[in-house]
Design a binder for this molecule. Sequence first.
Ligand SMILES: [Zn+2]
Length: 159
Amino acid sequence: MRENLKRLKELNDYGDRVSESSKVEETSEEIPESEMIQCPCGRFIKSPAEYKLLYLKKEQNEIDILCPNDACYLRELGFVKFKVDEVRRKLIVQSASFYPPFVTWNAARLGAEKAHEILKQHLKEIVTKYIDWNRVKEDYFKRLEEAKAKAAKEESSSS
Ligand SMILES: [Zn+2]
């Protein structure tokens, strides 16, 4: 629990900086499969760049983290939740987590400590490098404007 809170705080700190562009660093080191994160479907995930990120649950301000394998039976491995400061036009990351089946699978393979360490790093990179926050923000405020316009129109037609 304490660990979770700490993680949340760290991610919030990143959340404030997500609009700055971050450099993508590629590591050329080869990681043996035994030390790699794996989805229970069998697919190895070498780098956090491989996850698919889907912004579908717009009303919930949630971005799904999906397995890179299209035929995966789990599909959703985690999520990133954010909130919006509409006045300052800022997105703030609220939480980022992987779901228990994925975490437990890797903890059993790599040992809990190591698995958590790598998964935490993956979440961090997903939040800081791979989510296109500018696009999410644009989309959010566009929908907000549309909702406002619709409300105003309804008001004027009812009076
Ligand atoms: Zn999978």
